[in-house]
Design a protein around this ligand. Structure first.
Ligand SMILES: *[C@@H]1O[C@H](CO)[C@@H](O)[C@H](O)[C@H]1NC(C)=O
Ligand SMILES: *[C@@H]1O[C@H](CO)[C@@H](O)[C@H](O)[C@H]1NC(C)=O
Ligand SMILES: *[C@@H]1O[C@H](CO)[C@@H](O)[C@H](O)[C@H]1NC(C)=O
Ligand SMILES: *[C@@H]1O[C@H](CO)[C@@H](O)[C@H](O)[C@H]1NC(C)=O
Ligand SMILES: *[C@@H]1O[C@H](CO)[C@@H](O)[C@H](O)[C@H]1NC(C)=O
Ligand SMILES: *[C@@H]1O[C@H](CO)[C@@H](O)[C@H](O)[C@H]1NC(C)=O
Length: 437
């Protein structure tokens, strides 16, 4: 999709939204009446004819910036000392997403869609060439396998330990940025594959994610209640994670919100990077390209320990092994933990356990700037960090001396800002509406 056609879709969407908002303001309708209007103006709801539908099907591209933590002193850490890291990045990718196989269900009140995504590297927004730049980071396959073998027999662990030594596999691996992201043939996984064919020989953080179907959704289309507008009703990915947290039926993809958002509202969005829905609360008014917007950011307790926020029960899986504030386990039994970048808003113990971290609001906060009248997000930045729990594993002498650490691997910043052309359109339409009322 070209830039031009994106701008058209975005504009169409903006105009359609302003249309109903304009009506609502002019007639100073009560909420029930607004809803009635909303129901009648079918072009602006997610029906196949609507302009909104077009921009929903083909949203403008967003940018994903990847930052890695290059480990500078692996020997020191292996000997029981404090690890030191140096941030490298950004390596930026443009993400094209679309919604395909769109099917209307339940008399058109719900929509089913697949969400394929394509990633294209953007050299001019990156620090280097991911195919050339080297990063030294935690050997994720090794740590994952060691963790799996934790409860197996001593014999099996010994055999495995011998493998690791024979293949000279270390706790830290040195790979290109491209390999870590998009996949490489891992010697240990290959060895396992020879006896267990269901194990993939390749590993990469984004392995098989390019051109992949991210998920399926069934959304309300706003005909019944404008507050339900494009809220997610179901997300297949999440059904697999039913153990994770309580109720996940609220929230949107972060592309669409209902119009007439007010400062007392809490937005509920799906943060794919954190594998969960999070609440965003109003913070302040901001201006983006001449448009007034409300900034919404996660509330302080999004990633708190379960003692303070019962919505995060997984932080105590397995039982008794709880994590503190600012870090979250994402998968049962896997030593994987998410946080905000540089452990922003986390327990200082995590930040101080590693040299080279510098959490700050400017670079590490997640936020969403929403034009309140239309409910159109005009700038967003979603940030999350991937970490691994490194600790001593009995049966693996190499880990004998290491101090238990939540080790940062990389973080990602997903950004989108309204294009200049639709921004100009929105400015003039907003001033038109405000003059009328
Ligand atoms: C999507 O639609 C295409 C063409 O109609 C079909 O070939 C394909 O199998 C569908 N994909 C899924 C996952 O349903
Ligand atoms: C669809 O519409 C028909 C007729 O209006 C109604 O009988 C039926 O219950 C509706 N189905 C759903 C799922 O809303
Ligand atoms: C990361 O660290 C390794 C090992 O010290 C070094 O060879 C590499 O150049 C570093 N990468 C970058 C991008 O600076
Ligand atoms: C989640 O929502 C369903 C209904 O949508 C309800 O039955 C269930 O009790 C809720 N679970 C929790 C943990 O709130
Ligand atoms: C979902 O939304 C409803 C109403 O919009 C709210 O009462 C409920 O608390 C929300 N559920 C969660 C888990 O936030
Ligand atoms: C938000 O809440 C405050 C305090 O409850 C109230 O004074 C204010 O009118 C509310 N604003 C809106 C837009 O609802």
């Amino acid at each position: 999709m070209t830039r031009k056609s994106c701008a058209i879709y975005t504009t169409g969407f903006v105009c359609a939204h302003l249309l109903i908002v304009g009506i609502a303001l002019e007639l100073s309708l009560q909420e029930g009446e607004i809803q009635e209007r909303w129901r009648k103006i079918s072009e602006v709801t997610l029906t196949e004819r609507g302009q909104v539908f077009e921009s929903w099907k083909n949203p403008p591209p967003s940018y994903l910036e990847y930052y890695f933590f290059n480990v500078t002193n692996p020997e020191v850490f292996m000997a029981g000392g404090k690890a030191s890291v140096k941030q490298i990045g950004p390596y930026t990718y443009r993400v094209h997403s679309s919604r395909e196989n769109v099917t209307f269900l339940e008399n058109g009140t719900k929509v089913y869609a697949l969400n394929p995504k394509t990633f294209v590297f953007v050299p001019e927004k990156s620090v280097g060439d991911p195919q050339v730049d080297i990063v030294r980071t935690v050997n994720i396959p090794l740590v994952t396998i060691m963790n799996k073998l934790k409860s197996s027999s001593f014999f099996l662990r010994s055999v495995f330990s011998i493998y690791i030594n024979r293949l000279d596999i270390k706790l830290f691996m040195t790979r290109t940025v491209h390999e870590v992201l998009w996949g490489f043939k891992d010697p240990l996984l290959t060895k396992l594959h020879s006896t267990k064919p269901e194990v993939d020989e390749y590993f990469g953080l984004m392995w098989k994610k390019n051109d992949a179907l991210e998920g399926e959704s069934v959304s309300h289309n706003g005909e019944q209640n404008y507050l339900d507008y494009v809220k997610i009703d179901m997300w297949n990915v999440l059904r697999e994670m039913s153990w994770s947290s309580s109720n996940q039926s609220n929230g949107t993809y972060g592309t669409f919100f209902h119009p007439l958002t007010n400062v007392n509202e809490s937005l509920y969005i799906f943060a794919a990077e954190l594998c969960r829905f999070i609440h965003l609360a109003y913070v302040e008014e901001v201006e983006v390209k001449g448009i007034q917007a409300y900034r919404f950011a996660p509330r302080g307790n999004v990633l708190t320990s379960p003692q303070n926020n019962p919505a995060n029960p997984t932080n105590c899986v397995p039982a008794g092994e709880c994590l503190g504030t600012g870090v979250l386990k994402v998968r049962e039994g896997a030593p994987i933990v998410v946080s905000f970048p540089h452990f922003y808003q986390a327990d200082p113990a995590y930040i101080n356990a590693i040299d080279g971290l510098n959490p700050n609001k400017e670079e590490h906060e997640t936020y969403l700037d929403l034009q309140p009248m239309t409910g159109v997000p005009i700038r967003t930045s979603k940030r999350a960090q991937l970490n691994m729990i490194l600790k001593r594993v009995t049966g693996f002498p190499k880990t004998r001396n290491i101090a238990e650490t939540i080790f940062p691997i990389m973080f990602v910043n997903e950004m989108a800002t309204i294009d200049d052309e639709p921004a100009a359109q929105m400015r003039s339409l907003l001033s038109l509406i405000l003059r009328k009322t």
